[in-house]
Design a binder for this molecule. Structure first.
Ligand SMILES: [Zn+2]
Ligand SMILES: [Zn+2]
Length: 437
């Protein structure tokens, strides 16, 4: 008999008692049984039973688990979804080996959860031990040559996409923020002189975002930067300015106004509130909160909250939040508000797959643009989002006529991130690496 696998996503390490129970059961049957039925199925790691073939002509997924083991619990909503949404093309059965050890007997398992894939003829085709994501299960069926699709066929759940902007962006280029693509606000414009020309930003915050994702040596960079004096509308060197930093009453999100000198900033403070800061102090505050994936400066009020190993970090966008899983190599929990309504979406990962999604209808918008070579690439962090359902996503897209991209599943968004190499992670979201301008 195989020893209990010591991998994290199986019950072995976390539910030792339960597995011990399974082992006892197994020893009992091995003592009393003859040689297990041999199958000529391809990759069946153990001699599997064929006592429970799929009924009818559908292939069947059998999950052997228990109600109280953690990876089994994570499997439960996935099995429910498959059972409901794929009922026309797939049979799904769950056997609780703790409650009904006899029903589990024929399959010769020693670790839970174990998923066994049966062909329509009842032949075992494949088995997997440990947590298995919905994406991975569907991919495996495809690989095995089965058309497992949602009820009504693939056409019943069309993936939404918009590859042509609903409305051409006819704003003059010098009125569009280089970082966020928002409208330039005359009173808070920031101008950065670069070798390739002038970069215009809507606000000091967008400047610090840009600063945080520069790859070059940043020593003395501030000498290239001018900010707008909020009082007069004139550009002044950023190093000479005094800054007024306040908080928006409802959201707590910071706002920044630049002034030619401290006296002017203090005068504004009398009516607007806030604190007067030097550039160095402002920069310290602006760079204090960083995206746990791409390192760019962000405000917690704009960001996803990510828990990793009991520590809190941020995702500057929904996709970056998932990227914390690949950057840290750990399981994470993401809290990201719906891009339209602010309703919370919670994603938990396990070994680089989505372990649970709340609400289960939640989807991702992958904002993309075509680069000069015609390849579809990420449109950048400001153009990504999660939505509690596809309807909200479509409403949001309708409100953003310039945006192009695709609806993808959150599992797919995570899978895409997990494919990144450490080198790609290091360059992620840096200027020129992501958003085509
Ligand atoms: Zn901006
Ligand atoms: Zn980021």
């Amino acid at each position: 008999m195989n020893t209990v696998a010591r991998v994290e996503n199986v019950c072995a390490t976390r539910c030792a008692r339960l597995v011990a129970g399974v082992l006892v059961v197994m020893i009992a049957w091995l003592a009393g049984c003859g040689a297990p039925t041999k199958t000529d199925a391809p990759p069946a790691p153990k001699a599997g039973g064929t006592a429970q073939p799929a009924s009818g002509k559908k292939p069947k997924l059998l999950d052997l688990g228990a109600g109280k083991c953690i990876p089994c619990k994570l499997m439960a909503p996935i099995l429910e979804e498959l059972k409901k949404d794929y009922r026309d093309t797939l049979e799904v059965e769950f056997v609780d080996v703790w409650v009904t050890p006899d029903a589990a007997k024929p399959y010769g398992i020693d670790t839970i959860p174990t998923q066994i894939f049966f062909g329509p003829d009842g032949k075992e085709l494949f088995r997997h031990v440990g947590f298995f994501s919905k994406e991975d299960i569907l991919a495996k069926w495809k690989e095995l040559g089965f058309k497992v699709e949602p009820v009504g066929g693939a056409a019943a759940a069309p993936a939404f996409e918009r590859l042509e902007p609903a409305k051409a962006d006819d704003r003059p280029k010098d009125t569009v923020c280089y970082m966020c693509d928002g409208d330039i606000i005359a009173k808070t414009l920031v101008v950065v002189k670069t070798e390739k020309g002038e970069v215009r930003l809507c606000s000091p915050h967008c400047y610090f975002i840009m600063y945080s994702c520069l790859m070059e040596d940043k020593a003395g960079f501030e000498k290239k930067v001018s900010v707008t004096d909020y009082a007069t509308g004139k550009l002044i060197p950023t190093t000479d300015a005094a800054y007024l930093l306040g908080l928006t009453a409802k959201t707590g999100r910071p706002w920044i106004r630049a002034f030619a000198d401290t006296a002017a900033a203090e005068k504004e403070r009398e009516t607007a509130g806030g604190n007067v800061l030097t550039l160095a102090a402002l920069q310290g505050k602006e760079l204090a909160n960083r995206c746990g994936f791409c390192d760019r400066a962000c405000y917690p009020e704009d960001s996803a909250k990510v828990t990793c190993d009991g520590m809190q970090t941020l995702g500057c966008c929904s996709h970056c939040a998932l990227g914390v899983a690949v950057r840290t190599g750990k399981d994470i929990e993401v809290h990201q508000p719906d891009g339209l309504t602010g309703e919370m979406i919670v994603v938990k990962t396990l070994n680089g797959s989505v372990a649970s999604l709340e609400p289960p209808t939640a989807v991702a918008w992958f904002g993309q643009r075509q680069n000069k070579e015609g390849k579809w690439v990420s449109a950048g962090c400001f153009h990504q989002g999660f939505f509690v359902n596809a309807e909200n996503l479509k409403k949001w897209v309708a409100q953003h006529p310039n945006d192009t991209g695709r609806q993808i599943s959150i599992a797919q968004a995570l899978a895409d991130k997990m494919k990144l190499t450490p080198q790609q992670v290091q360059k992620a979201c840096k200027i020129g690496e992501c958003a085509p301008k």
